[in-house]
Design a protein around this ligand. Structure first.
Ligand SMILES: [Fe+2]
Length: 200
């Protein structure tokens, strides 16, 4: 007897590693701290301590390279999902500097389509990014298992990598663990809004 498992409604997290990450991240790191210097108070959102910039780096010329890369990845993801080619993409992005002991609480990004993070600096032991199963009904029955797999887990963790971008649907609950290293975890988080083409 052959039993075939067919995945229904899979939840995708897209990741891509930049080839030029070493050089690129050196410049991005400089820019992250440059931005912090201009606004040391930053803003308080999902970050538990650490520093977060205002969500306006899409309007700062110095960040043009990363802004363009995020939009390129978003457009490629949208194409793979057969989104209509005339949809308009709009970006908002911000810098996160998670100092030792800092973390990002579980959250979603309301009123957005795609969200994600690009990691610039990832010291060892600075915590995983994790995602929660959005199928809340699957929590109803939890039979005992001898080994957890991607099909039975209700939380998924990924060890971040410097130079890698992670992108996912904005409704997917996620957070980042406590930075247990003695260096900053630095990244750029973002939202991509997708709007119908303007008629006229
Ligand atoms: Fe987030």
């Amino acid at each position: 007897m052959e039993i075939v498992a067919r995945p229904l409604f899979p939840t995708l997290v897209w990741t891509t590693l930049f080839d030029d990450r070493e050089l690129f991240n050196k410049e991005m790191l400089r820019l992250a701290y440059w931005l912090q210097e201009q606004d040391p108070a930053g803003v308080k959102k999902t970050n538990e301590s650490g520093w977060q910039s205002r969500n306006n780096i899409q309007d700062i010329a110095e960040f043009q390279a990363i802004n363009e890369r995020i939009l390129t990845v978003a457009r490629t993801v949208a194409e793979s999902q057969h989104f209509h080619p005339e949809l308009k993409f709009e970006l908002e992005a911000w810098v996160n500097i998670s100092t030792p002991g800092a973390s990002n609480a579980v959250h979603i990004h309301p009123n957005c389509h795609l969200s994600g993070v690009y990691y610039i600096q990832i010291p060892p032991n600075c915590g995983s990014i994790y995602f929660r199963d959005p199928r809340i009904m699957s929590l109803m029955l939890r039979p005992a298992i001898t080994e957890e797999t991607v099909f039975t887990a209700n939380e998924a963790r990924m060890l971040p990598e410097a130079g890698r971008m992670y992108m996912f649907p904005s409704w997917l609950e996620h957070g980042v663990e406590v930075n247990n290293s003695d260096q900053d975890r630095v990244g750029i988080s973002f939202n991509v809004h997708i709007a119908p083409p303007v008629k006229g």
